[in-house]
Design a protein around this ligand. Sequence first.
Ligand code: MG
Length: 158
Amino acid sequence: MIRVGLGKDLHRMVQGRPFVLGGVTIPFGKGELGHSDGDVLAHAVTDALLGAAGLGDIGELYPPGDPKWKDAGSLELLKGAWEKVQASGWGIVNLDCIVTCEEPKILPHRDAIRAALAWALGIAADRVFIKGKTNEGLGELGNGGAVEALAVCLVERE
Ligand code: MG
């Protein structure tokens, strides 16, 4: 049996925060506002995996008001969710993602992000792909006020 999962997240971008994508800190003047490290991509991937397995969503697993998750590393949260998904019998076929932000360019960091996500999931990096897009200068994404991530995954019963 195979199933598909879809995840989406958006965070405000503010001065004085690290810009973390898929566990990789990208040198940039600002970063995601969030209760955890704000890793918008890790959050979207977590929701895609949980959704594929029908195991709820990231907010249920890691309630945002819970002090336990304050400044938590989102790759660790992703690993925890993935362990739950695996424990219910699912393996991953592939993961494909889009990060939308006006700046910085994602391409120079793409392979590092692919490797970090693949490591967290215990799979080969060629099963993970990331694309960076701009928002053509439109809206909050286009003026640098926010960053968005979309993730789709295919899982199979092993
Ligand atoms: Mg989030």
